[in-house]
Design a protein around this ligand. Structure first.
Ligand code: PHE
Length: 378
């Protein structure tokens, strides 16, 4: 038996084989070569294709070589034996490869399903849950207090016309208080019907509400407002207010102070005293500034460790917000009968109130969104 690396590349004559037994041996060798190769391979799609090409490939597959080199040139006596053995080998290879293919299919399915399997016992992905911003929380506190005494919430546009932000609030074009409100005007194309600005307070919503509703009106208006302030510990170009408006046929100054006092005590605690000082707003008359007794020194003006209280600077009082009885001139802009109705309005600076209540000494921290700050108010 000639031991040649690849006998299928030679003819039987070249291999000097001329008897049936030697032919059977030759085929047996090829069969076991195939079996060994196949057994050494993992059943997967790539190996299946490799084996199929190597053995059954039309051009250079082993069976094609055998057909070309052994069968075609075999002597007439040997030809039937070669043909029969070749058929058997082909049969064996095809059958084995089919089993291999099925196994490959099964493993690839198993791999895929293992990859896609969801293990319900694994710990889940824990995503940190955010919380409401402190400003939002304070809005909510204030809304809850006013809800409890019959107010409802309305919201309005942050981009306003000078009519709503000023004129209808009894602030005509050359009124000096417009100077106090460093206003952001919006660049508009030439010929725009009205200038537009970022509202400098929530008071425009007094007008918009009264235009839409007849008395009795009891609303609060939480929202953002904008002024051309340079940022420092107590100033920001954007901050927050809650406007309040109550108008009815019989609202008195007592209703006004009672409501405000109720709110301040609910918000800061029952121990806080309130006082009011005369002030001026074009849209309220009389106008007042509400003060609360200093929550840091209990109104004494003296800090706990002795010395002057740094929060109220020794005054014992802290300015809280502006308010007043609605100026009758304002009713003229909304077609209310100033002889029949009366009411009050207030504008609470939320950032300032939040700073006071939660002991925050820099307004900028509200807008920096540093999580170390935000996490303190979950
Ligand atoms: N709009 C005023 C301000 O921003 C506050 C205010 C509101 C005063 C309502 C009186 C009545 O300063």
């Amino acid at each position: 038996m000639p031991s040649i690396d690849n006998p299928t590349e030679k003819t039987l004559a070249a291999l000097a084989i001329n008897d049936p037994l030697a032919i059977e041996d030759l085929f047996a060798m090829e069969k076991s070569r195939f079996d060994k190769q196949l057994a050494a391979k993992n059943p997967d799609e790539v190996n299946y294709t490799l084996m199929k090409n190597a053995w059954l490939g039309r051009k250079a597959g082993v069976l094609t070589l055998i057909t070309e080199n052994w069968l075609k040139s075999a002597s007439p006596t040997l030809k039937p034996i070669v043909g029969q053995s070749l058929n058997q080998l082909k049969h064996h290879i095809e059958g084995s490869l089919e089993i291999f293919r099925i196994a490959a299919e099964k493993t690839s399915e198993e791999i895929a399903s293992a990859r896609e399997r969801v293990d319900l016992s694994l710990p889940g992905v824990i995503r940190t849950i955010g919380s409401h911003h402190l400003i939002r929380q304070v809005f909510q506190e204030i809304e809850d207090i006013f809800f409890s005494i019959g107010f409802s919430v309305v919201e309005g546009p942050e981009i306003e016309t000078p009519y709503y932000n000023f004129e209808a609030l009894n602030i005509p074009e050359f009124h000096p208080v417009r100077d106090d409100m460093d206003t952001f005007y919006i660049d508009l194309p030439k010929g725009a019907p009205t200038p537009l600005l970022l509202r400098t307070h929530t008071s425009p919503m007094q007008i918009r509400t009264m235009e839409k509703r007849q008395p009795p009106v009891r609303v609060i208006v939480p929202g953002k407002i904008y002024r051309r302030d340079n940022p420092d510990a107590t100033h920001s170009f954007m901050f927050h207010q809650v406007e309040g408006l109550a108008v009815d046929t019989d609202i008195t100054f007592c209703d006004f102070t009672g409501t405000i006092e109720y709110f301040v005590k609910q918000f800061f605690g029952p121990g806080v005293k309130t006082r009011l000082r005369p002030s001026y707003f074009p849209f309220t008359e009389p106008s007042v500034e509400f003060d609360g007794s200093c929550i840091f020194c209990g109104g004494s003006g003296t800090a706990a460790g002795g010395g002057t209280c740094s929060k109220c600077k020794g005054a014992g009082w802290i300015e809280l917000f502006g308010a007043g009885m609605v100026d009758p001139a304002v009713y003229g802009f909304v077609n209310y009968d100033a002889k029949k109705v009366s009411g009050f309005a207030f504008g609470i600076g939320i950032d300032r109130l939040a700073m006071l209540k939660y002991g925050i000494d820099d307004i900028q921290v509200f807008f920096q969104n540093d999580v170390r700050f935000l996490r303190q108010f979950p």
